[in-house]
Design a protein around this ligand. Structure first.
Ligand SMILES: Nc1ncnc2c1ncn2[C@@H]1O[C@H](COP(=O)(O)OP(=O)(O)OP(=O)(O)O)[C@@H](O)[C@H]1O
Length: 910
């Protein structure tokens, strides 16, 4: 067998095999592509989008996600039509029996596909709105590029027209259509159909007229004029006739020339017989109308009565014929063709009607319908429906009576403790507000916001607007499927496109499904301290640690309780309003509480922020500026905390409020409680040798430690500070010791995990980056604040912070309040606070370390008694320190060891 012959035998098999393989491969690719397309998820990592770290949702895995991302980005919403398009192209190519690669068909289809994809995407770009799941809009990159190009040359209508024409052409190529032959065949089919309908109608008409004629022949004995025949027939069927009818009949006889009049009279007779209702009268008038109209347009019939009319089809158009049929056949059965819908539908009563009478679909109540209507209304400007949670908490707190120093009104405190509170008149009077946007501006801004969001491919509707003193919050309802993170990521773009300083996106608004967009007002109102202090919530609060921070976004005062926080971390960049915020907190306490209720330790490394308070009676120690003293202050606080815990456990109470209540009750009952921690060697005798009784317990004040820049403390003193802060933060709540820590360095080496874990309440002023915001609040937002006291307040346990516009406190106001307090009393400093007991104990030269050693020796020499309690009292120091001093004197040989009577010999000569 020659080579050629062998080849000719093998060739069809190979060809068949190749064709089969190609078919299966094409099917596989098509299915893969189709599944990848229809399981497209915009959040999957793909070609354009790197994903959000979540698992790929596309059923064809990462490759499918990449393909879908690529095609959706490039072709926009047309990418959904790609699988059927490819399928169609495959069929067209496949059906060509002549060769494996029918180039003609393939070329035509390819050209058609290109034209379709290009210009249909232009139409999508020009005529459809953004789809949130499509990153590059409904037209995709292709539609956007080509559409913009066309638009710049031939305008909007031109681009539409050209694209439409080319899309139609693409269908022609894809479907291998010949439009003229298509029109030909369509025309032919329409014509045939018309002929068929006409034929049907004519034959049915003929049958009916034949039936009627047959019926007439049966009734008529002879071929008289129809009117007379009918009259006779009636006369037969109506044996008794009244005079009037007779008269009518007679006049009818005289009018036999006019068959129409005859027919009308005939009808009148029938009317009388059947007692027609009003509706039948209406039908009758229609008949008369038909009778008058028809003879004008058609030849007068030979016979009277329209039932027997016969006319040529060609003389009558369908409309007229139908009208006659409608009017004559069943006047009351069927409603007219153009009757209202409810008359045509048998169950029309199931349709409700709205006020205007328009029918509503069954099952929709009027309220629902109203709600549907309201959706189309412009956004309403209404005040916030609910008060923020913190106010509720604060109000609830007022019910929670501490019973301790916090209980009782100002007057009681004044008389019992001898202090009066400063006059609030020293505070600056607020200036009148300039107001934010007008109502019209708010409406325009709402529309602009919706438009801008739309520009970024986010469909959303503004549903509520809350104007405030500094910012205005627009609550938007995003379209289903829009992820809130998408809007959050648009914050900067929105600010730029709305030409405002910054925009903050509130991802979650408690109890609502909306998202908040906060836009700064053009004119910003200052929140004065006197406004936020002269409010009900502050006045009614019984806690001595009540803080008035500022106004919330709707202009309501924000009043919180430090005792509940129980510690707060304040952070923000320099110039953001931190110090003013801390001043507002301190003044809140100074205007609410006496030194018997609240004592303070202030740490001010900058030496200018808090030094202003030097000399007020609330201070436990002069304002600390040395960081080592600050660390000692913390150590003292830890000791004091331990002491208070011991006292509380001895008294069987759980917190300082319970302790104070018990102590006060005992004093009021005339049975003061003896100090359970008093030890005999503390002072069996007073300095004059008189045996002393055990001292009585007094109510304990709250202690607030305020650190203006605790980063300095962390840097200078190191890890120990962190540990001390953590210890205080963990336990001090019950002991009534609270921390206010402020820093302008919100970095992780300052706000460490240990500190964050123990200080749950945070106050973030403006920061420069999202990372800083996360360091303070564990979430973004502080980077979008406006500065000058604008802050996010995150109470312990709440997931989302509350935006507060901090009150402005001027230096004059601080001075005025400080002066008021200075006039009311001297500070009663405790020397121990800034001394480190460990230093005193730690070496031979320990006495040199205590500045009070000489004073203590002097007292011993003067009184000739080495009594710890007298040193304690005279030097106003704690027991530990006094005991250390006495021990130091013993070590120095100035006093002898303690004898059995609790006294020491004085070894110093007089
Ligand atoms: N609540 C407020 N209302 C209006 N202006 C304010 C407010 N708070 C602060 N400012 C303005 O911001 C300026 C800076 O405030 P402040 O000194 O408190 O910032 P800071 O964060 O403490 O800065 P630094 O860390 O450098 O001390 C103030 O001088 C004041 O003009």
């Amino acid at each position: 067998m020659s080579e050629d012959v062998r080849e000719s035998v093998r060739s069809p098999i190979w060809e068949l095999f190749a064709k089969q393989a190609a078919f299966i491969a094409a099917l596989l690719i098509l299915f893969f592509f189709g599944l990848a397309t229809y399981s497209y998820n915009p959040n999957d990592a793909g070609w354009f989008y790197s994903g959000n770290g979540a698992a790929i949702q596309n059923s064809m895995g990462p490759i499918g996600a990449t393909i879908a991302d690529l095609t959706s980005g490039f072709f926009g919403s047309l990418f959904y039509s790609l699988p059927p398009l490819f399928f169609w192209v495959a069929i067209i190519i496949w059906r060509n029996p002549h060769s494996l690669l029918p180039l003609n068909n393939a070329l035509l289809c390819t050209l058609g596909s290109i034209l379709y994809l290009s210009f249909a995407s232009v139409l999508c770009f020009l005529h459809t709105v953004g789809e949130p799941s499509l990153q590059y809009g409904t037209g995709g990159i292709l539609g956007h590029g080509l559409g913009t190009l066309l638009y710049s040359f031939i305008g909007y209508d031109g681009a539409t027209l050209v694209s439409l024409a080319l899309v139609i052409l693409s269908f022609t190529l894809l479907a291998q259509l010949h439009w003229l032959s298509l029109m030909d065949s369509l025309g032919e089919k329409t014509f045939r159909f018309m002929v068929f309908v006409r034929h049907k109608w004519t034959s049915s008409r003929e049958v009916r007229s034949k039936q009627k004629a047959a019926l007439k022949l049966e009734i008529d004995d002879d071929a008289e004029e129809p009117a007379i025949v009918r009259k006779r027939r009636k006369a037969e069927s109506e044996p008794v006739e009244n005079e009037q009818t007779k008269g009518n009949a007679q006049s009818d006889e005289g009018n036999t020339e006019n068959p129409i009049a005859d027919h009308a009279s005939l009808e009148n007779d029938e009317d009388k017989k059947s007692k027609f209702s009003l509706s039948s009268l209406f039908s009758k008038s229609k008949k008369v109308h038909a009778e008058v109209e028809l003879p004008q347009s058609h030849e007068e019939p030979e016979f009277g009565g329209l039932d027997t009319l016969s006319f040529d089809e060609s003389d009558v158009d369908f409309g007229d014929t139908l009208y006659i049929e409608e009017s004559w056949s069943k006047p009351t059965d069927k409603p007219p063709i153009n009757a209202p819908l409810e008359k045509q539908l048998p169950n029309a009563q199931s349709l409700d009607q709205d006020d205007s009478g328009a029918p509503l679909p069954t099952g929709i109540s009027k309220e629902q319908a109203d709600a549907m209507l309201f959706n189309d209304e412009p956004p309403s400007v209404i005040p916030p429906a609910h008060k923020p949670a913190f106010r509720t908490l604060s109000e609830a707190k007022q019910l929670d009576s501490l019973g301790g120093p916090s209980s009782g009104d100002d007057d009681t405190r004044q008389t019992v403790k001898g202090y009066s509170l400063p006059d609030r008149g020293v505070l600056t009077t607020p200036k009148p507000k300039q107001g934010g946007y007008s109502e019209d501006e708010l409406l325009a801004l709402s529309e602009l916001l919706e438009q801008r969001l739309q520009d970024f491919g986010v469909k959303a509707e503004v549903v509520e607007v809350n104007p405030g003193p500094v910012i205005t919050r627009f609550e938007i309802q995003p379209a289903p499927g829009v992820k809130v993170s998408r809007i959050t990521n648009l914050a900067k773009d929105l600010a730029r496109s709305l030409s405002v300083m910054s925009v903050r996106v509130v991802e979650v608004i408690a109890g609502k499904s909306t998202i908040g967009i906060e836009i700064p007002n053009q004119v910003r109102d200052t929140v004065y301290f006197s406004e936020v202090i002269n409010c009900d919530a502050y006045d009614r609060s019984s806690s001595p640690l009540t803080l008035s921070l500022g106004h919330d976004i709707s202009g309501e005062p924000v009043v919180v309780d430090l005792a509940k926080m129980p510690h707060v971390l304040v952070a923000g960049t320099t110039g953001s309003g931190k110090s003013v915020g801390v001043n507002a907190m301190i003044l809140s306490m100074l205007l609410k509480s006496t030194p018997d209720e609240v004592r303070m330790i202030m740490v001010d490394p900058k030496m200018l922020e808090l030094s202003i308070y030097e000399g007020i009676p609330h201070l436990l120690t002069p304002v600390i500026t040395d960081m080592k003293d600050a660390a000692n202050g913390l150590r003292w606080s830890v000791d004091e905390m331990e002491r208070r815990y011991k006292l509380m456990s001895k008294l069987g109470v759980r917190n300082i409020a319970g302790y104070n209540k018990k102590v006060r009750d005992a004093i009021d009952a005339g049975k003061p409680i003896e100090d359970p921690l008093w030890q005999p060697e503390m002072a069996m005798f007073s300095e004059d040798g008189v045996a002393r009784t055990v001292p009585h317990l007094e109510p304990l004040p709250y202690i607030v430690i305020i650190v203006d820049e605790f980063a300095d403390m962390m840097m200078i003193v190191g890890k120990k500070v962190e540990e001390l802060i953590a210890r205080i933060a963990q336990k001090a709540r019950a002991a009534g010791i609270h921390l206010i820590l402020a820093t302008q360095r919100p970095s992780v080496d300052v706000i460490t995990g240990l500190i964050k874990a123990n200080i749950p309440t945070r106050m973030a002023f403006q920061v420069s980056s999202k990372i800083d915001s996360r360091t303070i609040l564990d979430q973004g937002g502080a980077d979008q604040l406006l500065g000058m006291g604008d802050m996010l307040y995150l109470p312990a346990g709440l997931p989302t912070p509350i935006r507060v516009h901090g009150a402005f406190v001027s230096d004059e106001e601080v001075h005025a309040v400080v002066e008021e307090w200075k006039q009311r009393g001297e500070p009663d400093y405790i020397q121990d606070v800034v001394v480190n007991p460990e230093d005193l104990m730690s070496g031979d030269d320990s006495e040199d370390k205590d500045a009070l050693y000489d004073d203590a020796v002097k007292i011993v020499i003067e009184t000739r008694k080495a009594s710890i309690s007298s040193i304690q009292r005279r030097l106003k120091i704690g027991y530990n320190r006094a005991a250390n001093l006495v021990e130091a004197m013993e070590a120095a040989g100035l006093v002898g060891p303690m004898g059995t009577n609790g006294q020491r010999d004085i070894l110093i000569p007089e």
